[in-house]
Design a binder for this molecule. Structure first.
Ligand code: ZN
Length: 335
């Protein structure tokens, strides 16, 4: 396949809820974000950075760097730093549906306070997904999604891009990360003789699943600093493959989704697939999603999402959410 358009997406997320103690993560998070803000400000070629779906990192950061709020606002407002829509990257099958709703309410409120939300249901590191996820996304005005493990193997899920329909019939356009997940481009060096070989392997993985000519290339990993020379990497890849185009993701992730959706529809006649059930299949490298065997989760996630517009208004104010002293998406109780 030639004439491809690769979208380089620099990103990281922080498995803050479970991977390491908060203080340990905090000591790494603050210098990482210091450096990221300065690089985005200094280098216009480093166009955007995706802060993998969670806003709690910025809350942590501003707790010790309140003087950087205006810098963050400027980057979020212009789409150069893409934040939300979640507050935390929760497991999607263990907490209740109510927690997932509150998670999105808090994340949306945080992101909008800083200048705007990423309008993509981005959940890169969950171990499985409830059947109502498309419905939940549409309740929050999200038409697009990016997921990884827990999907795959069902009819209609063969390509990287398909529609996932919820029980109420509404769907989202989903980009399904490749088997190597969001780390697929993490090993691409910004210089050196190894780049052509590494790119050949990465490219083959991406292209064999591509539903259209727009192909995202995620470059980053969990709790990592940004790629040191993203613009240089883009130029080197363009030299290696002059028949294709290489772009650093533009200011709105949803714009890429919309273009990719149109291209996929043209390429295949229709955007394919409509998996109806919860996605809990064995993930990459045979990892079994947590809670996959627990049927009560199917029930737990179906009911609370029948939330009316009136009810949704009740939760809109962040203070009100906190005032209810109910289980927080991360498992803590907030007051
Ligand atoms: Zn992770």
């Amino acid at each position: 396949m030639s004439g491809l358009i690769f979208h380089l997406i620099a990103h990281t997320h922080w498995d803050r809820e479970w991977h390491l103690p908060r203080a340990t993560f905090h000591a790494r998070l603050v210098p990482m974000l210091d450096d990221l803000i300065e690089r985005l400000q200094a280098d216009a070629g480093f166009r955007t950075f995706l802060l993998d779906g969670q806003t709690v990192l910025l809350e942590d950061y501003l707790g010790v760097r309140p003087e950087r709020e205006n810098d963050l606002r400027a980057l979020v407002k212009t789409g150069r730093l893409q934040v939300g829509p979640w507050y935390v990257l929760a497991d999607e099958l263990i907490p209740s549906g109510e927690s997932l709703i509150r998670n999105l309410l808090l994340g949306t409120a945080d992101a909008e306070r800083l200048g705007g939300r990423l309008d993509v249901l981005y959940s890169p590191d969950a171990f499985g997904h409830p059947a109502v996820l498309p419905t939940l996304a549409r309740e929050f005005g999200l038409k697009y999604g990016v997921l990884w493990r827990g999907l795959g193997g069902e009819p209609g899920q063969e390509r990287d891009f398909f529609r996932w329909r919820g029980p109420d019939g509404r769907d989202i356009l989903l980009w399904h990360l490749p088997p190597d997940g969001y780390e697929i481009g993490a090993g691409l060096p910004g210089a050196g003789a190894r780049l052509p070989d590494i790119w050949t392997q990465v490219r083959a993985t991406l292209v064999q699943r591509a539903a259209g000519k727009h192909i995202p290339l995620f470059i980053g990993a969990d709790h990592h600093a940004p790629h040191p020379t993203l613009a240089r990497l883009r130029d080197l890849l363009a030299d290696l493959e002059p028949a294709s185009s290489f772009r650093i993701l533009d200011v709105a992730g949803r714009a890429w989704h919309a273009r990719a959706a149109q291209a996929a529809a043209r390429a295949s006649g229709a955007v394919v697939g409509a998996p109806g059930g919860a996605a809990r299949g064995a993930g990459p490298a045979g990892r079994k999603p947590r809670s996959a065997a627990c049927p009560r989760h199917r029930v737990a996630h179906a009911g609370p999402l029948a939330i009316s517009r009136h009810d949704r208004g009740m939760y809109r104010g962040r203070r009100l959410v906190r005032g209810r002293a109910s289980p927080h998406p991360s498992g803590r109780v907030r007051r």
